[in-house]
Ligand binder design. Structure first.
Ligand code: SF4
Length: 374
């Protein structure tokens, strides 16, 4: 197990496709866990954090989550710091982060939700985000849905509107990273990505500055491909001239895209369901999604294969009811249902959900514009 920066190997990242800017999925989680010392979520932690994301294996690992569990038990505050880069439309992969952020807020977390518009512009190619103005338009779109999902203005800050102390701190951090460390972790020295990374470090650590909350445990929610950032930030925490707590990390698996080998991503329109999708278009996407079915006669006899089915995976992330999810699983395995009918049930659920949020967004867009431009 290693968390020491000097032991990073670029080869492993490339081999396992742990690239924070990639839209591909990771094939060998086990190796990544062992190699980088990510801890698994045991029974104890599952009990302490009673959210279905923990029970269903969506939250797959952590670093120092026990620290947050202790704060919750003692009714003491902790910093809840996470964010999204606004490089495209808001989709169901993003929704996971908001759902978990809300969960930690309810447990007593002090909210710092970052809308990372500068990060999105400087780290993405021009074909995706051609200008900062475009990143801000995405910020308004993303924020409208984030507000519709239940976060409030107080929970949120926009990177491009952050105060001077935050930027001062990002520059302070830059002195603690060498070119060779950056290259070892990411395999390149792209200036925009270096800049974006520094801002991400500032996002995670600045709430512990004396001007904000002061030294305090913090939790950041990341997809497993963001773990390189978290290892770096934890290493930096030790080397900065502040007496910070090491940030805790919650690691989730990705909601996969609708075809094998993809993940929900703003750059993959076909395999991703956006919250702004016309409900009829979203229904079509579900009907065409890769499933674990077999020829009808065979499926009735042998059952389907939910473990490879993208529609089932979508339900795992989005059905709040365990009972409803279990029924879907059982009916599939028992061959009680064929894929088209099963998909229609999920599609109907999705259609209702999208209609609900799209109605809400009509009321939140004005506030989102005010937060981003005001
Ligand atoms: Fe997937 Fe449903 Fe088909 Fe099973 S029956 S493989 S869960 S679509």
């Amino acid at each position: 197990m290693r968390e020491n920066l000097n032991e990073y190997t670029h080869e492993l990242f490339m081999d396992q496709k742990i690239d924070p800017w990639s839209s591909k999925t990771i094939k060998n989680y086990k190796r990544v866990f062992e190699e980088f010392g990510i801890e698994r979520i045991g029974k104890n932690l599952r009990k302490k954090f009673p959210h279905f994301f923990f029970r269903r294996g969506i939250v797959i690992g952590h670093r120092d989550l026990e620290k947050i569990a202790k704060r919750v038990e003692k009714n003491q505050p902790f910093i809840n710091i996470t964010g999204i880069a606004t490089s495209g439309k808001f989709h169901f992969g993003h929704k996971i982060i908001i759902d978990l952020f809300k969960f930690f807020k309810e447990l007593g977390g002090i909210s710092y939700f970052a809308i990372c518009d500068i990060d999105a512009y400087i780290s993405r190619p021009d074909r995706r985000v051609p200008s900062l103005a475009r990143a801000k338009e995405y910020a308004v779109e993303n924020l409208s849905y984030i507000l519709a999902l239940g976060l409030t203005e107080k929970d949120i800050y926009v990177q491009s509107k952050k105060e001077q102390r935050y930027y001062e701190f990002a520059f302070e951090i830059s002195k603690k990273i060498t070119e060779s460390v950056f290259k070892a972790v990411y395999g390149h020295l792209h200036l925009g990505k270096i800049g974006a990374t520094l801002l991400q470090f500032a996002d995670i650590l600045h709430p512990q500055l004396p001007e904000y909350e002061g030294k305090m445990p913090s939790i950041t929610i990341v997809g497993i491909d963001q773990d390189p950032h978290m290892r770096l930030v934890r290493d930096l925490t030790r080397r900065l001239p502040y007496n910070f707590e090491l940030p805790s990390v919650l690691i989730t698996r990705h909601l996969e895209g609708l075809q094998p080998g993809t993940k929900m991503s703003s750059s993959d329109q076909q395999n991703t369901i956006f919250l702004s999708d016309d409900p009829k278009v979203a229904v079509e996407k579900i009907i065409k999604a890769f499933d674990g079915g077999r020829p009808a006669k065979e499926q009735r006899k042998e059952g389907g294969r939910p473990h490879i089915c993208k529609v089932y995976d979508f339900a795992v992330f989005n059905y709040e009811s365990d009972k409803k999810l279990n029924e879907m699983y059982y009916n599939c395995k028992a061959g009680n249902v064929l894929c088209y009918d099963c998909k229609c049930v999920v599609a109907e659920f999705l259609e209702k959900l999208l209609t609900h949020y799209q109605k809400k967004v009509k009321q939140t867009v004005k506030l989102a514009k005010k937060i981003v431009y005001g």
